[in-house]
Design a binder for this molecule. Structure first.
Ligand code: NAP
Ligand code: COA
Length: 270
């Protein structure tokens, strides 16, 4: 699809994208490269899938995607990935926190460790990557942090207490860091996608006919695409969003506006 943006808006820049080996964040990595970035590091735990994604992105865009396997729960692994990025590309302009884990589980059956695991990947992982990239590069050079969150916690979403708590934490991180690091030339923003088609998130959270019911509940009457989210990332990081700070932009076709009552009904918990 032809982009609505000029293809040089991110000329020469470099991004560090957690969760960039698949789904929405792979799409963001591709959009960055297709709009002028000279390099993008993608981070995830599964080395083989990550290498294949980097290969695909490099071939598709003619610019370099670097695969750096790391677990966002482990600061030493993040630091190594940041080091490899700086060795290879010499700079980091944009950090995207997209790594996340989720599944459907009723609070009454969710284990202590199930809750903790999602908090640690989404919320603590986002903090770990923000802190490490600040220390290693952003404090001295400025840049942009983009946290991928959700709308689950705007009202209350059934079977999602773990992810709702984690993404609420991510949104707090976005606002606090925007406040504290803005004076250093670091913009911190978020994107809250709604239901995005052809992604792991949709497969896990909207199985079977829930998908069709979900489409009917979206005011724009369609699921989102990875490009819808990537376009927002381009807006925020390209300079078009140069005075946006501490904001989370919802990219959901208006899906959360009616509240989650409809979703509760679909999941049989109303
Ligand atoms: P996805 O393809 O499963 O993306 C999640 C990525 O995170 C995977 O590449 C995974 O790679 C990586 N990851 C998971 N745990 C990690 C860890 N501990 N350390 C490093 N990387 C880790 O899912 P998606 O649906 O595209 O979701 C992407 C983002 O959008 C997430 O933040 C999600 O919460 C958000 N979101 C999605 C939707 C949707 O409709 N899809 C809606 C709202 C919000 P490995 O398994 O290799 O580690
Ligand atoms: N329902 C209830 N509990 C679950 C679960 C499910 N479907 N899947 C995992 N858990 C629990 C486990 O039982 C375990 O708790 P326990 O020790 O009390 O049994 C805990 O969560 C950790 O599971 P584990 O598989 O060891 O964690 P992990 O770190 O290997 O994987 C997950 C993290 C569980 C989030 C995994 O689904 C994942 O890696 N997801 C990444 C992709 C993704 O979720 N994409 C969608 C993004 S929106």
């Amino acid at each position: 699809m032809k982009s609505v943006f000029r293809d040089d808006i991110l000329d020469g820049k470099v991004a560090f994208v957690t969760g960039g080996g698949s789904g929405i964040c792979k799409g963001i990595a591709e959009a960055f490269l297709a709009h002028g970035m000279k390099g993008v590091t993608i981070v995830g735990r599964k080395a083989e899938r990550l290498a294949a994604a980097a290969d695909e992105l490099t071939k598709k865009t003619g610019r370099e995607a670097l695969a750096c396997p790391a677990d966002v729960r482990k600061p030493d692994e993040i630091e190594k990935a940041l080091e490899a990025t700086l060795d290879r590309f010499g700079r980091i302009d944009v950090v995207v926190n997209g790594a996340a884990g989720n599944f459907l589980a009723p609070a009454a059956a969710l284990s202590y460790n199930g809750f903790k695991t999602v908090m640690e990947i989404d919320a603590v992982g986002t903090w770990n990557v923000c802190r490490a990239s600040f220390e290693r590069y952003l404090r001295d050079h400025g840049g942009h942090i983009l946290n991928i969150t959700a709308t689950l916690h705007y009202a209350a979403t059934p079977l999602q207490i773990h992810a709702s708590a984690a993404k609420a934490g991510v949104d707090a991180i976005t606002r606090n860091l925007a406040l504290e690091w803005g004076p250093l030339g670091i913009q911190v923003n978020g994107i809250a996608p709604g239901p995005i088609d052809d992604t792991e998130g949709m497969t896990r959270l909207a199985p079977g006919d829930v998908r069709d019911a979900m489409i009917k509940g979206v005011p724009l009457r369609r699921l989102g695409t990875v490009e819808d989210v990537a376009n927002c990332a381009l807006f925020l990081t390209s300079g078009a969003g140069s005075y946006v700070n501490g904001e989370t932009i919802v990219v959901d076709g208006g899906a959360w506006l009616p509240g989650m009552a409809g979703f509760s009904k679909m999941m049989g918990v109303d």
